[in-house]
Design a protein around this ligand. Structure first.
Ligand code: ADP
Ligand code: MG
Length: 695
């Protein structure tokens, strides 16, 4: 049904077409293939008329009524009320936004006692049956009803459903819709034909099971979801294979430096660390670039493995680079690498935002000459004008913090830094454990090593949920801990550090604690402090000169101060679960008993309570991620990685796990036996968006 907007179209056909094209491209629709794959969001059933008195509560129905009169009322707010009569029963249609042209239209309709059909939910209001802003259309007496469900497409303002539908139907007729899968595959996978499935979804036949269309369990939906998942698996695997074929320096099994360091390790590696290290070492001893993700919960000890891998590069006469998402984290890496590697004569280069012009020139020169063996800094610094002499390994820490775009830039950067034809090996590290299905889907283009064991002697962090009305008790707890030589974090919920108001909470809390805990030294750390100041505060905290560090989530990733044994998280209900888990991971790193106090503003919403309960009851990052996924759905869990391009439009990783497994197996088979078919399939589905799949 067409919603009348009342705008008269004075534009010439040509400008209307240009305007439509602009609106279409806003929806990402350019080619005929795009339109064909723009599948309905939902369906409306206009195939039968429902008497007003029989309309079920909570369901939208189509009713037919005769227009009697209309009025514009101003209470409780401006609205247009059209009084109609349907089968002898009065029915009022209310519109809260309307155009002058609609008034004219209803005037005419009332004069002629014209019929209309309205689609919406019938409710009982003050004056009898009514519908709030229904979609409607004026009709002639006895006009036939549509025979099929009416698809509703995601659209944008200015673009009518009818216009969009017409464009889609014409696309359906103008491109070949041959199947990318063979009949043998379809039979084996139990899938329906592609063209049939697409047509059915755009024009559902009469009598079809509406529920299965709406909840997307109909075989036609399954076919489309499978195709989408297959395209994703294929494109990521093709990207992986392409990169895997390029040449890279063979770093062998390390040399003198590596052997020397392994003999003098500051601690014995855990079994899980040894397994992951063996996987990394076997990758870099091959003449093709490593593309490995090292996953391990907070505190599982990823950094030392990165250091050992870097040493292998140095041993072989190459350079390595370590990139971190924040300056604080980068400086901490520098500290560790300096402790571990500098005594062996390995020259480290520290690139940070606070370098003066001359220092920066010197650092860049050391990197360019190859004299600097390992460069450490934030990713931002490596995106601008850094030229390596012989880069063999790029380590990206906390890679989940990087967006799709950034990941692409980093990759290109690494690729440009090749030594002749040689590509550097890549090691990504992440402490955000993601459940298996997500990993299968999103990391299909990476090899994954998992450290699933914490170093020995770690004591679990005691977590407590405390209403913020008991803040006084929390302060006493901090006093006692600090009197005992311990240190504490106090984390404030600042979502966007660029917003003055938000940052103020951290500044205010700092000021308040300075008064309330007069005998203690309170530090303040947030993202807007100049780099040098941040570093100074962090150093003072690490050295025990600051007792309580009031911080925003800049401390979320990686910060490692073993003497800190207490963390208070204010407004814990506002944080994401993985964030809370990360924050809690800042304590429990030393020998002391540690606690995490989640302060919440009461009353908690039901969802807020459910979320905090997950953190309270679980200490394993994987379990938390899995529960988080159930609560929020994959889009939010993955955050940035997805935000650059919505890679999945139809399939749902939670609900369609079986399809994902099938798609994965089929991808393997096609890549081995039918590359041509694989390419056709990827082309149909990804067209111009292939670059993103390579991120
Ligand atoms: P993450 O995996 O979160 O990056 P880190 O690499 O920062 O963890 O390690 C956390 C802490 O544990 C560091 O202080 C590190 O030196 C220490 N550590 C790492 N591996 C071991 C081990 N096998 N035994 C004891 N301590 C370890
Ligand atoms: Mg780390």
């Amino acid at each position: 049904m067409n919603v009348r907007r009342g705008s008269t179209n004075r534009n010439s056909g040509r400008t209307a077409a240009t305007r439509d094209a602009a609106l279409h491209s806003k929806l990402g629709l350019k080619t005929d293939e795009d339109f064909v794959l723009h599948l309905p969001l939902r369906y409306e059933d206009e195939t039968s008329l429902t008497p007003v008195t029989a309309a079920p509560v909570g369901h939208e129905v189509l009713v037919e009524a005769c227009v009697e009169r209309f009025e514009v009322a101003y209470r409780p707010r401006r609205q247009l009320i059209v009084h109609t009569r349907s089968d002898g029963h009065p029915l009022a249609l209310r519109f809260f936004s309307f155009y002058p042209s609609q008034l004219k239209q209803f005037q005419r309709a009332a004069d002629e006692q014209a019929m209309l059909r309205a689609y919406g939910e019938v409710r009982t209001g003050w004056f009898g049956a009514e519908m709030a802003h229904p979609r409607y259309r004026l009709v002639k007496e006895g006009e036939p009803l549509p025979k099929t469900l009416t698809p509703v497409y995601s659209s944008t303002s200015g673009l009518s459903q009818a216009g969009l539908r017409k464009r889609i139907l014409s696309a359906l007729d103008s491109i070949p819709m041959d199947d990318t899968l063979s009949p043998m595959h379809l039979r084996r996978l139990g899938l329906t034909d592609y063209a049939e499935s697409i047509r059915l979804l755009h024009q559902p036949p009469p009598g079809i099971d509406i529920r299965s269309l709406v909840d997307r369990t109909h075989p036609a939906w399954r076919r489309i979801k499978f195709d989408e998942l297959l395209a994703q698996q294929l494109s990521m695997r093709i990207a992986y294979d392409t990169r895997r074929q390029r040449p890279a320096p063979d770093l062998g099994s390390g040399g003198l430096l590596t052997r020397g360091f392994m003999e003098r390790l500051p601690f014995a590696l855990t079994g899980a660390q040894r397994r992951a290290l063996a996987e990394i070492q076997s990758d870099i001893a091959r003449p093709h670039p490593m593309q490995r993700l090292l996953q391990g919960d907070v505190g599982s000890g990823k950094t030392i493995l990165a250091a050992i891998a870097c040493l292998a590069a140095v041993d072989a006469g190459f350079q390595a680079v370590v990139m971190a998402p924040t300056e604080i984290l980068a400086e901490q890496h520098l500290g560790k690498f300096t402790d571990w590697l500098a005594p062996m004569g390995v020259r480290l280069v520290w690139l940070h935002g606070g370098l003066g012009a001359r220092e920066k020139r010197a650092a860049l020169a050391a990197i360019a000459s190859g004299e600097g063996a390992i460069a450490i800094g934030t990713h931002a610094l490596f995106q601008r004008g850094v030229e390596f002499n012989r880069l063999a390994l790029a380590v990206v820490d906390e890679q989940h913090r990087f967006g799709v775009e950034q990941r692409l830039t980093l990759k290109r950067k690494a690729e440009q830094s090749s030594v002749g034809q040689l590509q550097p090996h890549q090691l990504m590290m992440s402490a955000t454990p993601i459940p298996r299905t997500l990993a299968m889907s999103y990391y299909a283009d990476l090899d994954v090593s998992v450290i699933d064991e914490l170093p020995p002697g770690r004591k679990p962090v005691k977590t407590r949920l405390v209403a913020d009305s008991r803040r006084g008790e929390v302060l006493s707890r901090i006093r006692a801990a600090c009197a005992d030589g311990e240190q504490a974090y106090w984390v404030c919920p600042v979502i966007e550090e660029s917003r003055e108001g938000e940052l103020q909470t951290a500044i205010d809390t700092h000021r308040a604690l300075e008064v309330e805990l007069r005998e203690l030294r309170i530090g303040l750390l947030h993202g807007r402090l100049p780099g040098a100041e941040k570093a100074a505060v962090m150093r003072a905290f690490a050295a025990g000169e600051i007792h309580v560090l009031v911080a925003t989530t800049v401390i979320e990733v990686g910060v490692d101060v073993p003497n800190a044994s207490l963390i208070v998280i204010e407004h814990a209900e506002r944080f994401g679960l993985s964030q809370l888990h990360q924050l809690r991971g800042r304590v429990g790193r030393g020998l002391r008993d540690s606690s995490c106090i989640l302060l919440y503003a009461s009353p908690l919403s039901e969802n807020g309570r459910a979320r905090l309960k997950i953190i309270y009851e679980n200490s394993d990052g994987f379990d938390i991620a899995r529960l988080d996924l159930q609560l929020r759905g994959p889009g939010e869990v993955l955050g940035e990685r997805q935000s650059g391009a919505p890679l999945l439009r139809f399939a749902d990783l939670e609900l369609d796990q079986d399809l994902l497994e099938l798609a994965r197996a089929t991808a393997t088979e096609l890549l081995e036996h039918d590359l041509e078919c694989a390419r056709r399939h990827v082309d149909r589905w990804l067209g111009g968006r292939r670059d993103f799949a390579n991120a």
